[in-house]
Design a protein around this ligand. Structure first.
Ligand SMILES: [Fe+2]
Length: 211
């Protein structure tokens, strides 16, 4: 008795249909790699500011806005296995428009008093977060020059914390930054490089994928 074969077109269709059954998370996320960790660096706040909200461009009780180009940094925290994670603590800290941190290691009083320097939020139901801040300036000199970057600390319940850094797309200094260069390959560098979504008020998207 001859072996019955499935008609080729039916077989092809079932193969094409198969990925749709397996992929339970959005396409853009399915292709993403787990976000690489990077050093915390020396400038994590010793004392977090009283005003630690999502808007780093204004400090409560002060009338002036922070110096520099205002930007938004937005994204989602995703689990590599199960998609968006709600209720995750996301912290950022960064240099100001002169490349200075609010930290005892800086010369006292040199950081912009109108710049909050640190912000903390929790992700929403879709794993989403948003900060309003300024584009940080580079700092350091010679081989120790740091390209503009934003530090992130992500604390999800039941998981080890993730500390990493976000870089800006199209920034020429990235190629000379020792920490950026130390990332193992293009996929890792892409994972830590934000995507410019809107240019009028520059909005950078930085999705974070937890293992
Ligand atoms: Fe830094």
């Amino acid at each position: 008795m001859p072996i019955r074969r499935r008609p080729p077109d039916l077989l092809r269709r079932s193969l094409l249909a198969a990925p749709a059954l397996i992929v339970l998370v959005p396409e853009a996320f399915a292709a993403a790699i787990v976000t690489p960790a990077q050093t915390r660096g020396p400038y994590y706040p010793v004392a977090k500011p009283a005003d630690s909200d999502l808007d780093l461009t204004r400090v409560a009780g002060r009338s002036q806005r922070a110096e520099g180009e205002v930007i938004e940094v937005t994204g989602r925290v995703l689990s590599a296995r199960s998609g968006p994670v709600a209720g995750v603590g996301v912290e950022i800290w960064q240099a100001d428009n002169q490349g200075r941190y609010h930290h005892p290691r800086e010369s006292a009083g040199t950081a912009d008093p109108n710049f909050q320097g640190f912000g903390a939020v929790r992700t929403g139901a879709a794993g989403d977060f948003l900060f309003r801040t300024i584009r940080p300036r580079f700092y350091g000199s010679g081989a120790f020059t740091r390209t503009p970057h934003v530090h992130f600390r992500v604390v999800a319940p039941g998981r080890p914390e993730l500390v990493t850094q976000m870089y800006f797309p199209g920034e020429a200094m990235n190629a000379r930054d020792a920490l950026f260069r130390s990332l193992p390959g293009e996929a890792a560098r892409d994972a830590l490089t934000a995507v410019l979504e809107a240019a009028d008020l520059p909005r950078y998207r930085f999705d974070i994928v937890l293992a």
